[in-house]
Design a protein around this ligand. Structure first.
Ligand SMILES: *[C@@H]1O[C@H](CO)[C@@H](O)[C@H](O)[C@H]1NC(C)=O
Ligand SMILES: *[C@@H]1O[C@H](CO)[C@@H](O)[C@H](O)[C@H]1NC(C)=O
Ligand SMILES: *[C@@H]1O[C@H](CO)[C@@H](O)[C@H](O)[C@H]1NC(C)=O
Ligand SMILES: *[C@@H]1O[C@H](CO)[C@@H](O)[C@H](O)[C@H]1NC(C)=O
Ligand SMILES: *[C@@H]1O[C@H](CO)[C@@H](O)[C@H](O)[C@H]1NC(C)=O
Ligand SMILES: *[C@@H]1O[C@H](CO)[C@@H](O)[C@H](O)[C@H]1NC(C)=O
Length: 644
């Protein structure tokens, strides 16, 4: 996957002013031969540096286009907010030469330390953006001494600066600042957005970038995350010259005691985690009838969660203390959503309505309001809060807070501007907005999110309701698994099959053993993943497929074409057109999809195998699929109400 390749390269990368941080010749379409496009591009690249630096009131941001349809070229430049026009001009000139010499595609972006330049045959929408991350050099990659505290201090700085950059108009979407970490060390931060997006979008972009930054670099001595619409960076030395830089301070506990304090925190967090693991094992090992009586009252549970520092488990399995889960005032939530106005409604599920909200600080959030009377809703809320608050992964949606008052039960999530996967894959119009590479990244994202749930934690989590509407997309089209209302958590060494009397899930995505016998395991999530994969590739919904008369089910149709060696007929033609990559990649995905939907759970791969398969290394060979489940008759599924 492109994202990972570049990260790996960057480890060896040593920052040098003349070299680009990263070059993205992103679109598949090679313009060689389109002479008019080529000459328009030449005109654009020739003018960009002088036009950007000529008018200093532009502050280094410039957006323009050359030519007319269909050979129009759009261009955009951004210089780092603290560099003067000479530096800006030289950087852009260099960038334009570089793009001309390296990219022959119709769409490209290059990032340097002091500027970025982007051109495209399409209008530059802030949607399909790409992020890479770059620790500055080998030396700089050394780890900091007190990682837990360091991350807190760093994020304090970053969140404060993101507010300034996004919402203080006089800052022109650029902010720098510093914060003291210890007597010896100060953290310096820099954030910037392109000025074609709104403050809210800029802030969203930063939030996404921060989660990247946390993942790659928050324990290191420096890191950069670049994307098409925003960049963030920090170092332990001053790397910018900004006269209006902010001096912040972190409210450390008194004196030099913080080291001890940190130690105590980490120790007590691990004890707390141990208690939670043991507690949840006890709860889930109890027979089902007793489990139902296990009834902690909702507000007290939430209060408990909100008032104690909640620990999370990172991918490496170490402990970090997350920000406290903020308990929100109902009046604040009401104000944020215009008193749950119809116009702010984003969607509706069986037990909840989701609204868009804007908090007083301008941050956009998704507000999930659980239906008042449903006891089920309460159960699901508990479940979701208990689970998700401990999870932290790039491909899982983040819970930001919660609120309860009387019968009102509310959860706040990060806002996902591109909503969910279903609205793209099942809509002819929207579907064509994304190309195969984007879908491929989404597939990889879902796979890694599931892998984290199944295998990376000390607890094993089975989602049980994976479907496209539960795969949310952030503004960079990064997939985030959501909706843990049905999820169940188990200790690693518990046996691998579980049984439930209450089969709940969504028709079309449930594995046969779960739908028919109530048996679920991590392999039932793998089945759902396989269905989603095949739906993405074909652009067709599994349930309701029989209406097309091509085969009984989507899975049967995929299998039929696979057997005949005509699997490319299964693929939505739009995907093939939009892909620059060998069709082998799509074929491999169909193959993986078919393996995931095998009738016998034992024949389905684990998610770690799927992640390896997706990488497509030559040395890994996939087993031949057999006839998948539901390939014969669809009537075998009992009548189960749809949950959404
Ligand atoms: C650069 O500026 C000049 C003068 O304003 C203008 O004629 C030209 O079209 C601009 N070039 C681009 C690529 O926008
Ligand atoms: C711009 O900045 C560079 C490097 O910081 C410096 O060498 C140069 O003199 C500056 N130019 C102007 C016109 O201020
Ligand atoms: C673009 O296509 C031309 C011929 O069609 C080929 O010579 C060239 O190598 C291609 N460039 C890239 C970057 O794929
Ligand atoms: C940012 O920091 C400044 C100075 O410490 C403080 O006054 C301001 O309230 C902070 N803003 C936010 C949003 O945290
Ligand atoms: C916005 O930024 C300017 C310049 O740094 C500063 O003087 C002003 O106080 C800021 N406004 C707010 C509301 O923070
Ligand atoms: C900042 O200023 C110093 C001294 O004036 C200069 O050497 C350095 O190149 C400048 N850095 C940037 C990023 O402009």
């Amino acid at each position: 996957m492109r994202f990972i390749v570049i990260l790996a390269l960057s480890i060896l990368f040593v920052l040098s002013k003349a070299d680009p941080l990263v070059t993205e010749c992103s679109s598949n379409i090679n313009y060689t031969g389109h002479t008019e496009f080529e000459s328009n591009l030449r005109l654009l690249l020739n003018d960009l540096s002088s036009n950007t630096s000529r008018d200093t009131s532009l502050g280094g941001f410039y957006s323009t286009s050359v030519g007319e349809n269909p050979n129009i070229v759009h261009g955009q430049t951004l210089c780092r907010g603290d560099v003067n026009s000479t530096v800006c001009r030289n950087c852009i000139e260099n960038a334009c030469d570089h793009l001309w010499n390296t990219c022959k595609s119709q769409d490209a972006t290059v990032w340097y330390e002091f500027c970025q330049v982007r051109y495209s045959f399409q209008i530059l929408v802030p949607m399909q953006v790409f992020t890479g991350k770059f620790p500055e050099s080998n030396e700089q990659q050394k780890f900091v001494e007190h990682p837990v505290l360091f991350e807190k201090v760093l994020m304090h700085l970053m969140h404060n600066l993101s507010n300034e950059a996004a919402f203080n108009a006089s800052k022109q979407m650029f902010a720098t600042g510093q914060i003291k970490f210890s007597d010896k060390e100060t953290v310096y931060g820099l954030l910037q957005c392109t000025r074609d997006i709104s403050g809210g979008e800029c802030n969203n972009c930063f939030q996404s970038a921060f989660s990247e930054l946390t993942e790659c670099c928050s324990k290191r001595r420096g890191g950069i995350v670049v994307s098409k619409n925003c960049n963030v960076r920090f170092e332990l030395h001053q790397f910018y010259n900004d006269s209006s830089t902010s001096l912040l301070s972190y409210p450390f506990p008194k004196g030099a005691k913080w080291k001890i304090w940190e130690l105590i925190l980490v120790t007590s967090a691990s004890v707390l985690l141990g208690v939670i693991i043991i507690w949840s094992c006890i709860v889930y090992l109890r027979p089902a009838n007793r489990r139902q009586r296990d009834d902690i009252s909702e507000p007290s549970l939430l209060q408990e969660l909100a008032s104690s520092a909640v620990e999370t488990i990172t991918q490496e399995g170490t402990l970090v203390t997350s920000e406290e889960l903020p308990l929100m005032d109902l009046s604040t939530i009401k104000a944020a959503t215009d008193n749950f106005a119809e116009s702010n409604k984003l969607g509706q599920g069986g037990f909840e309505i989701v609204y868009k909200g804007v908090l007083p600080d301008g941050k956009e959030v998704a507000v999930k309001r659980l239906s008042k009377k449903s006891g089920q809703g309460l159960e699901e809320l508990k479940n979701e809060v208990k689970l998700i608050v401990k999870l932290q992964h790039r491909n899982l949606v983040r819970l930001l807070g919660c609120g309860t008052e009387g019968e009102e039960k509310i959860l706040l999530y990060e806002f996902m501007p591109n909503r969910s996967l279903d609205i793209f894959i099942f809509d002819l119009e929207r579907r064509s907005h994304l190309n195969w590479e984007t879908y491929y990244n989404i597939i990889g994202g879902i796979a890694r999110g599931l892998l984290y749930l199944h295998e990376d934690l000390r607890l094993k989590i089975i989602h049980r309701d994976l479907k496209p509407s539960n795969v949310l997309l952030d503004h960079e089209m990064v997939a985030k698994i959501s909706d843990f209302g049905m999820a169940r958590m188990f200790c690693e060494n518990q046996n691998t099959n579980y049984n439930t009397k209450r089969v709940a899930g969504t028709y079309g995505y449930m594995a046969p053993e779960y739908a028919m016998e109530g048996i679920f395991s991590i392999k039932s999530d793998v089945f759902s993943f396989g269905v989603i994969l095949l739906e993405i590739i074909s652009g067709k919904k599994n349930s309701g497929f029989y209406l097309t008369k091509k085969a009984q089910t989507l899975l049967a149709y995929a299998w039929q074409l696979w057997k005949e060696g005509k699997e490319l007929e299964f693929v939505d033609p739009v995907l093939i057109e939009s892909s620059s990559r060998p069709t082998e990649e799509i074929k491999r995905c169909i193959h993986i999809g078919l393996l995931c939907v095998q009738e016998d759970p034992a024949d389905r791969p684990t998610m770690s195998a799927v992640v390896v398969f997706l990488k497509g290394s030559e040395s890994v060979s996939l087993s031949e699929p057999r006839q998948p489940a539901f390939a014969v008759a669809r009537a075998a599924v009992p009548n189960i109400g749809e949950n959404k």
